[in-house]
Design a protein. Structure first.
Length: 128
């Protein structure tokens, strides 16, 4: 596995994208409306991304912002086999948010591990 992206919950993805582009020279690689969110991927020099998540309706990110405020929401690791990664996590006794892979932004298959089993970090497996 390799680092893929960090997901950042925000109330204004456009403003944050402008800031990170100026600060990190991280241009927009992809934008879409997905699952009640504006999702903006900013490309970093090493091939990783910042994923900015702005809710457009209620949902997990809106709830997160209400509860925690803006900030890092999750860390994503790229894998060639999300199902296999979930099986390994399950075998290790890790609590899963997703029992099976599901569609994610940018057409990827994704699955999340529960932070109570991963040191308080919401971990996402992503298969391109």
């Amino acid at each position: 596995m390799r680092f893929d992206h960090v997901g950042v919950a925000t109330r204004d993805a456009a403003d944050l994208a402008d800031l990170f582009d100026g600060l990190l020279d991280a241009p927009i690689a992809h934008e879409e409306t997905f699952d009640g969110m504006e999702v903006v991927f900013l490309e970093l020099d090493d091939g990783g991304y910042f994923e900015l998540l702005e809710p457009t309706a209620g949902g997990a990110i809106a709830d997160y912002l209400d509860r925690e405020g803006p900030g890092i929401h999750h860390v994503a690791l790229a894998t060639d086999d999300v199902s296999g990664a979930l099986d390994r996590a399950r075998d290790l006794g890790v609590d899963l948010v997703d029992e099976e892979p599901r569609p994610g932004a940018w057409g990827h298959e994704v699955a999340f591990l529960h932070p109570r089993s991963t040191g308080g970090v919401l971990v996402e497996f992503v298969e391109h």
